[in-house]
Design a protein around this ligand. Structure first.
Ligand SMILES: Cc1ncc(COP(=O)(O)O)c(C=O)c1O
Length: 374
């Protein structure tokens, strides 16, 4: 890709921390695979989406809102924040809506980090954390995972005077692992009070484990804790982009100062409000996920491939040569996620699909691995 515009070196005009950034590599869209490879009927298990799609109630709400699209959205997201506040048991002003939870990650970084400040995170957690920290000229201090899991002791140990933020994902993406209530409470007890802890609970709705610490339960008016949630996963609304953050009023107030006035579009707001009430859709998705995870674990065991036990809606599988197996699966119309950008070149991350999609993945993986065996 050229960095020049005619005789002008555009790259050299940007701060050096922007020069070092590489764009985020998203999961390949189905349309791109079919266009590039000339195939049809492919499946995508690459972005941890809901295989059952959006709630029918969300679709109906979107259809009903279409004639009003000439109007700007409600910039305060009043009705959705009211509904969330009631459900969570916090004031509506303790909630901020985002264009996906990604938006709120970025707001937190822009609000709290100056060039030269530090944010601490696991080295193999959601890569966006490192990227947005780098984008403001701050430093990402990355701490190795321990047995594919956040090492909260080690994270605590690297927090220093320049640290303003800590990012934690629980369950973690791309490993699917969780840290326990005990280690979380030890961590919270010791983290310096001036450090904002961002607890990214994007996959919390999938977890069924009594040792899981839902960070919402630890919100206090005097604790710098920001919980992130999203409608992209179990609610199946990744395409309209909506997530939210919950935190102390003073933290949310600061984030609101730099938020775009209409950062959450009108369709996303009505869809999320309707999806919240569709308990049946959420339950069906959760049940499918537990069964799908068990099925995928069984597939790995049958094929003799190690995997990382997951509490989320995906599984990290050691296939030996991630890039090659990814490519071979694409040729068979199956999109998963290669993990080299996360530093797992042997692994693929596969999202739980419908039972038919999981079977298609299993058969394709078996065929690819068999073809590679001499
Ligand atoms: C841990 C984690 N946080 C945040 C996000 C972003 O979600 P959203 O679609 O709400 O921006 C993802 C998406 O994959 C994720 O895995």
């Amino acid at each position: 890709m050229s960095t020049r515009a005619g005789s002008i070196d555009v790259k050299s005009l940007t701060p050096e921390w922007i020069q070092r950034l590489a764009p985020y590599p998203p999961g390949m869209p189905l349309e791109e695979l079919e266009r590039e490879y000339g195939i049809t009927g492919s499946i995508k298990l690459a972005s941890n989406e809901n295989p059952y799609g959006p709630s029918p109630r969300a679709l109906a709400a979107i259809a009903a809102a279409l004639p009003s699209l000439h109007r700007y959205p409600d910039g305060s997201g009043f009705y959705l924040r009211q509904a969330l506040a009631k459900r969570i048991g916090v004031p509506a002003d303790a909630i901020i809506l985002g264009n996906g939870s990604n938006d709120i990650i970025e707001l937190a970084v822009r609000a709290f980090l100056r060039p030269g400040d530090e944010a601490v995170m696991a080295d193999q957690a959601f890569v966006i954390y490192q990227m947005v920290v780098q984008a403001v000229g701050a430093t990402a201090r990355c701490v190795p995972l321990r047995r594919f899991t956040h090492d909260l002791e080690a994270i605590k140990a690297v927090i220093g005077p320049a640290t303003r933020l800590v990012f934690l994902a629980n369950p973690n993406n791309p490993t699917g692992t969780i840290y326990t209530r005990e280690s979380w409470e030890d961590f919270l007890a010791d983290v310096p009070p001036h450090v904002l802890v961002v607890a990214d609970d994007a996959y919390a709705d999938y977890v069924e484990d009594p040792d899981y610490p839902d960070s919402l339960g630890y919100q206090r008016h005097d604790r710098l804790l920001l919980t992130l949630r999203t409608f992209s996963k179990i609610y199946g609304l990744a395409g309209v982009r909506i997530g939210y953050g919950i935190g102390p009023l003073a933290v949310i107030e600061v984030l609101n100062r730099i938020r775009q006035p209409f950062n959450v579009n009108a369709l996303a707001q009505v869809a999320a409000l309707a999806a919240l009430d569709d308990v049946e859709h959420v339950e069906r998705t959760r049940r499918n996920n537990l069964e799908g995870l068990a099925y995928l674990r069984g597939v790995c065991e049958r094929l003799g491939r190690p995997y990382v036990p997951s509490w989320a809606n995906f599984l990290l599988v050691d296939v030996g040569d991630g890039a090659r197996v990814y490519e071979e699966l694409l040729r068979r119309g199956v999109i998963v996620r290669p993990m080299d950008v996360y530093g797992f070149p042997r692994h693929l991350r596969v999202s739980v699909g419908t039972p038919a999609e999981n079977e298609r993945f299993a058969a394709s993986l078996a065929a690819v691995l068999a073809a590679a065996t001499p």
